[in-house]
Design a protein around this ligand. Structure first.
Ligand code: SD4
Length: 292
């Protein structure tokens, strides 16, 4: 058995590359890195890697994380600049005993010292979006985060039973320099335990962090819920709980893969797209309606 699940339609081509790896007995680690790199490299995806939309100072600051479901080892970079593939740096960091999460300049220096490819991640297209957004808001207005979101998050299971999860994002458009969302935080943007399963998410990072939703989904699966039940319970119980506290939450979409290859999804928006790859069906794109 092997399987993979990923947020958003944009993951399809990367997941198809990863599918070949998994089908041929390769590792979930290589599958995740390959698939996420493909998304990071594609210049027209506005929320991940090269071409990602910049912060308020027109700098592209990227967050990424990688977690190994066997050792529970994790690595993450937050607000890294000028590095082509943050996911690869996160994977490298996951092998260390300490110094697993690096931010800003420290993350960039580490990546360069380790020989990772450097690249100006700000594209002309992203600059046009920036200037248009600035005009729309008016020069004196406070810039607010863009509400569209397309962070890539994935979970993979390989034939040896290893499970790995990864995320990569440029975070929210026009974010405050230094702002970090849920994506590089273990438990929030992703979590995986190869004995149970894994989860990842996309949406309003500040809200996903309040519910530590990826860990919550894995915890619910451990308690006996299916991947689908766990996603639905985590997202909609959290949303209700927040409503009872008098607060509404932003967009939240979560995906999960159980250790037996079954999967689940829950989203509080319409038209959340995601990709599932399985031995009998190849890679398929699905689109949700708001549930719950
Ligand atoms: C964040 N969860 O930084 C991310 C946003 C997202 O595409 O999904 N962006 O809060």
């Amino acid at each position: 058995m092997w399987a993979m699940i990923a947020t958003w339609r944009m993951a399809l081509e990367g997941v198809q590359d990863a599918e070949l790896i998994l089908k041929n007995g390769g590792t979930a680690s290589d599958a995740i890195e390959t698939a996420i790199q493909a998304v990071e490299d594609f210049p027209y995806f506005k929320s991940v890697g090269y071409g990602g939309l910049p912060n308020r100072k027109m700098e592209v600051e990227l967050d990424a994380a990688y977690m190994d479901g066997q050792t529970l080892g994790f690595g993450a970079v937050c607000g890294i600049q000028d590095i082509a593939n943050p996911i690869s740096v996160a994977r490298r960091l996951s092998r260390l005993k300490a110094n697993n999460v690096l931010v800003g300049q420290g993350a960039r220096d580490y990546a360069i010292a380790q020989g990772f490819e450097t690249k100006d991640m700000l594209t002309d297209r992203a600059q046009i979006h920036y200037h248009n957004r600035q005009k729309q808001l008016g020069l004196d207005d406070n810039l607010v985060p863009y509400s569209g979101h397309d962070t890539v998050g994935m979970v993979a299971l390989d034939q040896a039973g290893l499970m790995v999860a990864g995320t990569s994002t440029s975070g929210l458009f026009m974010k405050e320099p230094g702002r970090v969302g849920d994506s590089p935080f273990i438990g929030s943007g992703l979590y995986v335990d190869a004995q149970i399963g894994g989860a990842s998410g996309t949406g309003m990072g500040e809200d996903i962090m309040k519910g530590i939703l990826s860990y919550e989904i894995v915890r619910l699966m451990k308690a006996g819920k299916s991947a689908q039940e766990a996603c639905q319970t985590a997202v909609f119980d959290f949303e209700r709980d927040m409503a009872n506290r008098g607060t509404s939450v932003g967009d939240i979409s979560m995906i999960a893969l159980a250790a037996d290859g079954s999967w689940g999804v829950a989203s509080n928006i319409d038209n959340f797209s995601f990709v599932v790859a399985l031995p009998d069906q190849g890679s398929q794109v699905y689109v949700t309606r708001r549930q719950g």
